[in-house]
Design a protein around this ligand. Structure first.
Ligand SMILES: NC(=O)c1ccc[n+]([C@@H]2O[C@H](COP(=O)([O-])OP(=O)(O)OC[C@H]3O[C@@H](n4cnc5c(N)ncnc54)[C@H](O)[C@@H]3O)[C@@H](O)[C@H]2O)c1
Ligand SMILES: O=C(O)C[C@H](O)C(=O)O
Length: 336
């Protein structure tokens, strides 16, 4: 037992020395800056490439003074700057785009963010077609299908490498439950399935240590509309940035752990999924085991109670429309 664990530790420390380039698109923004900071502190990252339409060289210079071993560079806002930032990337995180103001839904961001994500996806398809693409820009339910359509058009789509980042919903659910129960959030793993906006966010408390919480309407509402809480509190200055940076860094870390040989790394995330394809729903967030090739295994939703079934039914109706909206956008606006 002891010898086996020593061998395993040696294997991990050897693989942790792998060269791993991670890039952040939208790196000078509210999410981009703290996310880049957390990635600079991650010993699994050897090279950090920062891109934004403004300010990335400054953020890069600032982070480059932190005494961790990785190199950091902020690239110029040009097509060649973007291509250079992306080349050789194993993971690309995309928090580029506008955030909500009070009174807006995530869908209200579509008109601005759809073309931003489309154009960045094109650059990824050209410069790093094999990278894991982690989409943070809202509305995630539509921006992820936009990326997949662009990759399909370029002939480089690998469904195992595309992820909508829904980790913040999981992080919130864990924290909110721990507040109610007076427990340590690290012991509260709540699966959240569906998508990432309002009623498409479906927490499955019946599968947690506290199945009775699936009847707690206030808690369910808080998980589904946690983003609104922050938008309201920031009062026009944007939406969640710091908690999102933590959640994005956690998702990237999970992918890196899996890529570097660790088994059994599971995160709920929004992926190209077989679960509801028969209902015309191509993407769905459920528990996903990660591996060196990205998605290793997609878990079904599993047993849920009556309340959750109703939530899931409502989720699927909206999700289908959101996904179609992303696909239709690329068909009508293929870009240059
Ligand atoms: N998935 C989630 O759980 C989640 C959580 C929070 C926020 N978000 C979303 O993330 C996005 C960013 O939020 P934020 O608070 O960081 O916004 P922000 O305005 O602070 O930052 C966005 C950054 O994107 C940059 N940008 C715009 N167009 C770009 C382009 N074409 N290429 C590169 N960079 C570009 C901007 O210059 C800016 O620095 C929003 O759409 C927001 O809704 C998602
Ligand atoms: O609420 C938002 O608009 C940002 C993000 O999607 C969140 O869940 O905090």
């Amino acid at each position: 037992m002891f010898a086996a664990s020593r061998i395993q530790t040696r294997a991990f420390s050897a693989s942790a020395r792998q060269l791993t380039k991670v890039s952040v698109l939208g790196a000078a923004g509210g999410i981009g800056q703290p996310l880049s900071l957390l990635l600079k502190l991650n010993p699994r990252v050897s090279e950090l490439a920062l891109y934004d339409i403004r300010g990335a060289p400054g953020v890069g210079a600032d982070l480059s003074h932190i005494n961790t071993k990785s190199t950091v560079k902020g690239y110029e806002p040009t097509a060649s700057g973007l291509a250079d930032a992306l080349k050789g990337s194993e993971i690309v995180l995309i928090p580029a785009g506008v955030p909500r103001k009070p009174g807006m839904t995530r869908d209200d961001l579509f008109n601005t963010n759809a073309s931003i994500v489309r154009d960045l996806a094109k650059a990824c398809a050209e410069s790093c077609p094999e990278a894991n693409i982690l989409v943070i820009s809202n509305p995630v339910n539509s921006t992820v299908p936009i990326v997949s359509e662009i990759f399909k058009k370029a002939g480089v789509y690998n469904p195992k490498r595309l992820f909508g980042v829904t980790t913040l919903d999981v992080v919130r659910a864990s924290r909110f439950v721990s507040e109610i129960k007076g427990t340590d959030p690290k012991d509260e793993n709540i699966t959240v399935v569906g998508g990432h906006s309002g009623v498409t966010i479906v927490p499955l408390f019946s599968q947690s240590k506290h199945p009775e919480l699936s009847k707690n309407e206030q808690l369910i509402h808080r998980v589904q509309f946690g983003g609104d809480e922050v938008v309201k509190a920031k009062d026009g200055a944007g939406s969640a940035t710091l908690s999102m940076a933590m959640a994005g860094a956690r998702m990237a870390e999970s992918l890196l752990r899996a890529a570097q040989g660790e088994k059994g790394v599971i995160e709920p995330t929004f992926v190209d999924s077989p679960l509801y394809k028969d209902q015309g729903i191509d993407f769905f967030a459920s528990k996903v085991e990660l591996g060196p090739n990205g998605v290793e295994k997609i878990y079904p939703v599993g047993p849920i109670d009556e309340v959750e079934q109703k939530l899931l039914d409502a989720c699927l109706v909206d999700l289908k429309k959101n996904i179609q909206k992303g696909k239709d956008f690329v068909a009508a606006n293929p870009g240059k």
